[in-house]
Write a protein that binds this ligand. Sequence first.
Ligand SMILES: Nc1ncnc2c1ncn2[C@@H]1O[C@H](COP(=O)(O)OP(=O)(O)OP(=O)(O)O)[C@@H](O)[C@H]1O
Ligand SMILES: [Mg+2]
Length: 229
Amino acid sequence: MQTVAVISRKGGAGKSTVAVNLAAALRDAGQRAILADADPLRSSSEALRAHSLSVVETSASKLFALVTASRRSGCDMLVIDTPASPEADIVAAIKVADLCLVVTRPTYLDLAAALKTVDLLRQLRAPGLILLNQCPSPRQGHEPRVVSGTLEALRFAGVPVSPVALRVRQAYQGALSYGRGVTEWEPKGAAAAETRALADLVRQRMRGEGQGLRPANDVASGALFTVQT
Ligand SMILES: Nc1ncnc2c1ncn2[C@@H]1O[C@H](COP(=O)(O)OP(=O)(O)OP(=O)(O)O)[C@@H](O)[C@H]1O
Ligand SMILES: [Mg+2]
């Protein structure tokens, strides 16, 4: 079993949205996935109240025991949704994770917070991947300046940037308001396609395959995965 922690010290970056959709997409792909909601606000477990995906309400102090129990139960992938603070709770999730997804919106203020989160990963020598969320879509094949500028600024972050970014899409909000992930809500939609690409990337990364990942400076040259709409 492997564990992904979805982290960000910035509120509203999209941790719960990413955690729910990633867990649902992994399950669609045949994985036994469990979503652990370690945020006392309980956004992801609330959203999935009526969902058949296994969702466990937990807290930072219980994560280690949860990982052990999930492994024993035959789970393939444990996805942890974390709060934006306190730092101790984020550290607890990082310590049990095989991979930390650092979620950030492509804005100046969010970037500053993302770099602080990346510092935490570096201090703990934990494996991470930066995921840009809520990106505006490319226009005429070009990334908007906020996205290309953010990629440029992340070149020297020391943690790779996911070549799959999630765009601002209404489906992410629509699906969650009906307690669904986007892959079930609109399986043929663009949100579902990029979420499946993210789930594939996470699985590749967990298998230790690097092909899905390009160095941050490659991604900075504008090679983000893009769903044609
Ligand atoms: N890719 C996206 N496209 C459109 N809306 C999005 C996207 N990602 C997140 N959102 C919206 O942004 C808001 C914040 O998302 P979310 O609750 O997932 O963030 P969070 O990081 O978990 O916040 P918190 O720190 O409060 O736990 C929600 O209204 C969500 O629907
Ligand atoms: Mg949340």
